[in-house]
Design a binder for this molecule. Structure first.
Ligand code: HEC
Ligand code: CU
Length: 505
């Protein structure tokens, strides 16, 4: 705690009892039930910790917050707006917390007089009784010893791995060639060699988190999406086995939430999530060696309910780790493709109002309480390819031609999917994504398990518009999990002919 904050803290503690005597508390903020409040606190618990040894998480520790000067908990990185409210002398009391919880954004704008002020707490609690109850509960928590130094059990230098990586004493990678991978928008994938050239390299990759408004369907249903590099799914990353991925993740100060990255291709530290959690205004760089070949999911994994929350707001992508000598068939013969397309399947759980209409929210995280309730039903409002209904149909269709071999990579973070190409087949399929396992041959449909990315290769034999969809046809047709592949070329009568269609003969 800095000097100023310390003085304010002491003053706050000393002044509060007088204040309590002098000004009778408005009944509205006071009549709370601490027992009921403990239950309400579960809504706060995805971001705030309390009790002995509590550590800062997405939000600051709340032990003793009633009576504490605003933005004064040691070791927590507050937003500038909250800091200036604290410097202006704001102290958390039953009243101020009562107003704050009703609408943190409006509260902080009124307090600071800045109409553009933003706070990182976008969560709101509409129900006034719940606010009274949770305040009553918080009032029972004294400012116990809390472990203030770290932001989160799974972040910021907790692990020896982190120290080893930044120690700089030995640089085992000094001799390796560095290559920067230019990422592209899905369904396209970065330029790459199918058979690696030369020795393993360091592949530099940069992902920037963008929290942005995102339209999900033709009706204009929109959410504040959480994305890596602004796309859903996040860009495909492609490396070769034994390459070292040097990944920089940036969380611009204009964002409101903490983010990180868990890559299923990485080994250790929760796939990277343990050493990459960053608040708005921070960036992080981590390295991992790509030891396993295959196609893998990557996603944001802050902790607790925030993990499925971020994942169902768009923070999913895929990384392909190719064998150095290329992909093989079951006999060990090299298989090559002419192009790769990348389809990300995402499930969304948009909350509805009393009339059954989709609700809209302004800030990232504002829908948190509603969304968590909705996602717990396991009934998605949207299941789509590449972020929205129609992202891969019509003008946005994937393109191919007769004779061309296309490798499709299909990633899904939560739900199982059943990719199927209507009118075609999957000549080779790595359902699990693993390239050391022999491919399945001549499939009609593959099963891509939630939490993974599968791959399948097909050589087109007939022109036309193919539907590429999740063969849960309800999800495909009603919820959006469908795309098109438009194939040009010569029709082959030997494969199919329309012999007659018309009135019954
Ligand atoms: C989605 C995450 C999230 C949820 C849920 C959440 N908060 Fe917060 N809270 C934050 C963040 C982030 C901050 C810091 C805000 C800033 O710096 O602008 C914060 C700040 C606060 C503060 C100010 C603390 C200080 O030291 O100045 C209080 C009080 C607070 N929250 C109470 C609550 C209560 C009570 C609940 C549950 C009813 C709750 N919050 C739910 C993220 C959350
Ligand atoms: Cu995230």
């Amino acid at each position: 705690m800095n000097h100023l904050a310390l003085i304010k803290h002491v003053l706050g503690m000393a002044v509060l009892p007088l204040y309590l005597l002098a000004v009778p508390m408005a009944a509205s903020a006071q009549d709370g039930d601490p027992v009921a409040g403990e239950k309400v606190f579960r809504k706060c618990a995805s971001c705030h910790r309390v009790g002995e040894g509590a550590k800062n998480a997405t939000g600051p520790v709340l032990n003793g917050v009633v009576g504490r000067p605003t933005a004064s908990f040691e070791g927590y990185k507050y937003s500038n707006s909250l800091m200036s409210a604290g410097e202006g002398g704001l102290v958390w009391s039953a009243e101020t917390i009562f107003e704050w919880l009703a609408n943190p954004r409006d509260f902080i704008r009124a307090q600071t007089g800045d109409p553009a002020a933003r706070t990182r707490m976008s969560f709101k609690l509409d129900d006034a009784q719940q606010r009274r109850d949770v305040i009553a509960y918080l009032s029972t928590l004294s400012p116990q010893e809390a472990a203030a130094t770290d932001s989160n059990i799974m972040s910021h230098g907790d692990t020896p791995f982190d120290e080893a990586m930044v120690s700089g004493e030995v640089d085992p990678l000094a001799d390796m060639e560095r290559v920067r991978q230019e990422l592209v928008l899905p369904p396209n994938v970065p330029e790459h060699d199918q058979v690696a050239k030369g020795e393993p390299k360091i592949i530099e990759i940069e992902l920037v988190v963008e929290e942005k408004s995102w339209v999900l369907d033709g009706d204009g249903t929109s959410i504040v999406a959480l994305t890596y590099n602004g796309s859903i799914p996040a860009p495909m990353l492609i490396v070769h086995q034994d390459d070292v991925v040097e990944l920089t993740l940036k969380n611009p100060a204009t964002n409101l939430m903490e983010h990180n990255i868990d890559l299923h291709a990485a080994t250790g530290a929760l796939g990277g999530a343990g050493i990459t959690t960053i608040a708005p205004g921070e960036e992080t760089t981590m390295r991992f060696r790509a030891t396993k070949t295959g196609t893998f999911l990557y996603h944001c994994a802050p902790e607790g309910s925030m993990t499925p929350y971020h994942v169902t707001h768009g923070m999913t992508g895929a990384i392909t780790v190719l064998p150095r000598d290329g992909i093989k068939d079951e006999n060990g013969e090299l298989l090559t493709y002419d192009k790769m397309y990348y389809v990300g399947e995402n499930d969304f759980y948009v909350p509805r109002d009393e009339n059954g209409d989709f609700k809209t929210y302004v800030d990232a995280g504002e829908d948190l309480g509603d969304w968590i309730e909705e996602m717990k039903t396991l009934v998605p409002s949207h299941v789509v390819f590449n972020g929205r209904v129609g992202a891969l149909t019509g003008e946005n269709a994937m393109m191919s031609e007769v004779g061309e071999t296309v490798m499709f990579v299909h990633v899904t973070a939560n739900r199982d999917s059943r990719p199927h190409l209507i009118g075609g087949h999957l000549d080779y399929a790595w359902e699990t994504g693993s390239f050391v396992s022999p491919p399945l041959r001549d499939l009609e449909t593959m099963l891509v398990r939630g939490g993974s990315a599968g791959a399948a290769m097909y050589t087109f034999l007939q022109p036309g518009v193919y539907a590429y969809l999740n063969h849960n046809l309800i999800e495909a047709v009603e919820l959006g999990a469908a795309g098109h592949v438009v194939v040009t070329g010569e029709w082959n009568d030997e494969l199919m002919q329309q012999v007659y269609i018309g009135p019954m003969k």
